[in-house]
Design a protein around this ligand. Structure first.
Ligand SMILES: [Cu+2]
Length: 222
């Protein structure tokens, strides 16, 4: 657990951006990852996230008017009510075990959230997420499995600066069940703002796991 200063968070994000700019259209999906939950006044956004064992969740409080905390209902982490988070601060926790972890703000107990931690994909199992710009502010995202694995169910987290639609243009729900034997699927990702969209994809099939990818940026940008 560590309280991070705002410059440290910005530096960490810049590093990730640099690493991924080297291959922006094909993300080799790193397993040790960082997920950010944004604290807004009286709201955790997103309030429900899924990560792999070994991943770090950072509660970032960029702007607001009140002080807040993040505290696990089972004592797994607690940012502390004595020194609550104020705008510009953040708090990070690395999850070392699978499970479902509920949390709340001790100053505003109606502010609640949940982190679901799952076992990371086994070595050698892989999912590729490829994205190609195919219209202004739109990329065609292809998710494919390798080595004969099938994708039976996908769910994803699309951040506030983007939207996902099926190829026929209809809005996509955050989860879909795929026909038996599916090894790849596609959808459109639309940029609403920003340079990057952080896409988190949860796969269930002949293997399971969470894959993280930054879409956008580099020579093949939006
Ligand atoms: Cu609060």
């Amino acid at each position: 657990m560590a309280r991070l200063t705002r410059p440290a968070v910005i530096a960490a994000f810049a590093l990730v951006a640099i690493m991924l700019t080297s291959a922006p259209w094909l993300s080799g999906l790193a397993h040790a990852a960082s997920t950010t939950v944004t604290i807004q006044d009286f709201l955790f956004n997103l309030a429900d996230v899924t990560v792999n064992v070994g991943d770090t969740v950072t509660w970032s409080y960029p702007v607001g008017s009140f002080a807040h905390t993040t505290r696990s209902t089972t004592g797994v982490w607690d940012s502390g009510i004595a020194t609550p988070l104020t705008p510009g601060q953040s708090f990070a926790h690395t999850f070392t075990a699978a499970g479902t972890f509920q949390y709340f703000c001790e100053l505003h107990p109606f502010m609640t959230g949940k982190v679901t931690v799952v076992a990371p994909p086994a070595p050698g199992r892989n999912v590729q997420v490829q994205s190609v710009k195919d219209a202004t502010n739109r990329r065609l995202v292809t998710i494919s499995s390798g080595n004969g694995h099938t994708l039976s169910q996908l769910s994803w987290t699309v951040p506030a600066n983007a939207a996902a639609t099926a190829l026929n243009g209809t809005p996509l729900p955050t989860g879909i069940v795929l026909p038996p034997g599916t090894t790849s699927t596609q959808f459109h990702l639309h940029r609403l703002s920003g340079d990057y969209v952080t896409l988190r994809i949860v796969v269930t099939g002949s293997f399971s796991g969470v894959w993280n990818t930054l879409v956008g940026g580099g020579p093949n940008a939006w």
